[in-house]
Design a binder for this molecule. Structure first.
Ligand code: SF4
Length: 462
């Protein structure tokens, strides 16, 4: 059979989260295995693939824009749209001739076969369907995909879980991604082993709801507590299996549900020295009433307890979070309550999002929608607080010894530095000297100074 993909120039664009980035890398592996050539998205290509996102209205708009841009760049190219936006809105694009193939979630492992099918049909002047979308709601099996070519040069993102059963009232993801499903530990290990052999030292475990890893067949009570009857979260066993793989030096965890962070969970994590002291616990609001309206399943007191536990075991861990401001019904007083609460949590970094209305969600129908101007005002205020907290964390960590993974060189004010991330995910730089190269783990001390956008670190001789 003729390989129609051979030698095609294929450009990729991944929008949205790290899970999407992992999947795009995996699709690229599929197509490179068919001997295609990967080119940049701004270049002229024969095929453009956009892995879309639908987390906010802005993400939807960007997905549409990028697809149109691709067709404009090369009108004779094949444009393939995959991912969450396609899953939710493919019906709006039934007659849209800028997109040649619409491939929903859980059909992404078929991209190479579908592209080959389209090219073959065109060569024989035959018809070929445009839409390949499966109803996510009925699926609970993990979509097994090609092992990914890594998404970054020195840090490997590993997708281990898909789907979400939480149904936060503002979120479309459970509709776009379906029920929870997990990758088998064997499959994860074999990908990590392959990447460790290529020299990767840091592995970031990602999922749509990472804390639900391994719980698809669990009882409602176990799902609620995010651990098995024996009190153990299946995620812990996966972490321990990865930690034992030769070459793995650092394991970083993607976003965690605050409810999984119990004393026994933190104790077990702490026994794994390769786990970085950097934990992302999504908060979303620091007001219990708003959390209830969001259908988040924890209180501020439970959240704070998770932060306390992390700080009990780890010395000054980096705790980062996401926050939504201007949720329907959020009053000015409730916003102030959130501001006071985030100060108590002392986050090292916060991602602040103004609430974005999503058609089809419960929050879209709620009374008390906050005006765009007020959302912007709250976002602006919260970003100031985020900066203050991040500066405070920085000051408290000055002169602390840690480890830096060298990622890329940067020249700042005429001097050359190696830049990268510390264990706590601080973006730091050390002066370049002989013997330092990319992907090295260096013992460093954090200073109080900055060089450009980086924190200056000094090497510590051991
Ligand atoms: S936990 Fe909530 S916000 Fe996160 S993907 Fe699930 S429903 Fe969406």
């Amino acid at each position: 059979m003729q390989n129609y993909i051979e030698n095609l120039r294929i450009a990729y664009l991944s929008l949205g989260c790290k899970v999407n980035a992992c999947e795009t890398a995996s699709i690229r592996s599929q197509l490179e295995a068919c001997k295609s050539r990967t080119v940049g998205f701004r270049e002229i290509a024969d095929v453009y693939l956009v892995n879309t996102c639908t987390v906010t209205n802005i993400a939807d708009r960007k997905s549409r824009q990028m697809l149109r841009q691709a067709k404009k760049r090369n009108p004779s190219a094949i444009v393939v749209a995959t991912g969450c936006y396609v899953q939710e809105f493919y019906e709006n694009h039934q007659d849209d001739d800028t997109i040649d193939l619409l491939i929903g979630n859980r059909r992404k492992h078929e991209v190479a076969a579908l592209l080959q099918g389209l090219l073959e049909a065109r060569a024989c002047k035959k018809e070929f369907p445009r839409v390949f979308v499966t109803d996510e709601r009925s699926l609970c099996e993990y979509e097994s995909m090609e092992h990914a070519a890594a998404t970054e040069k020195t840090r490997a993102y590993i997708k281990v879980q898909d789907g979400c059963d939480q149904f936060c009232s503002y979120c479309m993801i459970p509709y776009a991604r379906g029920r929870i499903s997990s990758r088998t530990p064997e499959d994860v290990q074999s990908e990590v082993e392959a990447l460790a052999k290529k020299g990767f030292q840091e592995f970031v475990l990602t999922g749509i709801h990472l804390s639900s890893y391994g719980l698809e067949d669990a009882s409602p009570k176990e799902r609620q507590s995010l651990c098995r009857q024996d009190g153990k979260a299946p995620l812990l066993a996966l972490i321990s299996a990865i930690a034992s793989i030769p070459g793995v030096r650092r394991i970083r965890l993607g976003s965690l549900e605050p409810r999984i962070v119990t004393e026994s969970f933190v104790q077990a994590l702490f026994m794994q020295p390769k786990v970085c002291p950097h934990f992302h616990l999504s908060l979303q609001s620091g007001c219990d009433e708003v959390l209830r309206a969001m259908n988040r399943k924890y209180t501020t007191e439970q959240y704070l307890q998770s932060c306390r536990l992390l700080r009990k075991y780890y010395k000054q861990p980096a705790i980062t979070t996401d926050l939504i401001v201007g949720f329907p019904g959020e009053t000015k007083e409730q916003f102030q309550e959130t501001e006071a609460f985030v100060r108590r949590c002392a986050f090292s970094q916060m991602h602040v999002f103004p609430y974005s209305r999503r058609r089809g969600t419960a929050a879209d129908k709620m009374d008390g929608q906050v005006s765009e101007e007020e959302k912007q005002r709250r976002e602006h205020r919260m970003l100031i607080v985020a900066q203050e907290l991040s500066d405070l964390y920085r000051r408290e960590n000055a002169f602390r010894q840690t480890e830096l993974l060298t990622e890329e060189k940067a020249v700042v004010e005429g001097r050359t530095y190696w830049t990268g991330h510390t264990l706590e995910y601080l973006n730091a730089a050390v002066l370049a000297e002989e013997g330092i190269a990319e992907n090295r783990l260096l013992a460093v001390e954090i200073t109080e100074e900055n060089v450009g956008k980086y924190i200056l670190a000094r090497r510590v001789r051991q």
